[in-house]
Design a protein. Structure first.
Length: 168
């Protein structure tokens, strides 16, 4: 889901979206719908909302990657120079979830070229390689992600192990 789509949902609930970042928008939507405002908070991994439509980006926001993009990486292509690493990863997930693997790959490639050592970047790069049948690259990215697994969720780590088993 894109930020623009999130803004449209918020507006449909009568929420003023001016100057609101994604986490604030989603929490406002959660409140308007009578749900707990847990998006991207420390409650995210234990909120119990297993069918939540915000779950994918929520876990990335709740366990934010650390750092800023270098100016070199941000100016290569799809990423504005003011994007944080967290925003770049969320955008890559959005591209991937809308089946735009080339957009997701472009962002991940930019981050990897900048030597960003982040679980989510390697996880998503592995998923993209897996979906495009690049078995060797998928394995390499998944193994690197597992080495960085302190930054990932248990669900994603299990997904990696399952995909690696399928690749064997």
């Amino acid at each position: 889901m894109t930020l623009e789509e999130i803004r449209l949902i918020a507006q449909s609930h009568g929420i003023n979206v001016d100057r609101m970042e994604m986490p604030e928008l989603v929490r406002a939507i959660q409140s308007a719908e009578g749900n707990e405002q847990c998006f991207g908070t420390d409650k995210a991994s234990s909120c119990g909302q297993s069918g939540c439509c915000w779950q994918e980006p929520c876990l990335v926001v709740a366990e934010p990657p650390v750092g800023k993009l270098s100016e070199e990486t941000a100016n290569v292509g799809l990423l504005p120079s003011n994007y944080s690493l967290q925003e770049a990863v969320i955008l890559a997930f959005q591209y991937c979830s809308s089946n735009d693997l080339s957009g997701a790959r472009s962002i991940c490639d930019q981050l990897l070229a900048d030597k960003v050592n982040n679980f989510y970047v390697y996880y998503l790069s592995g998923v993209i390689a897996y979906q495009t049948n690049d078995r060797a690259l998928a394995k390499a990215h998944f193994h690197t992600a597992l080495g960085l697994s302190a930054g990932g969720t248990a669900e994603r780590i299990l997904d990696i192990r399952s995909r690696l088993q399928a690749l064997s």
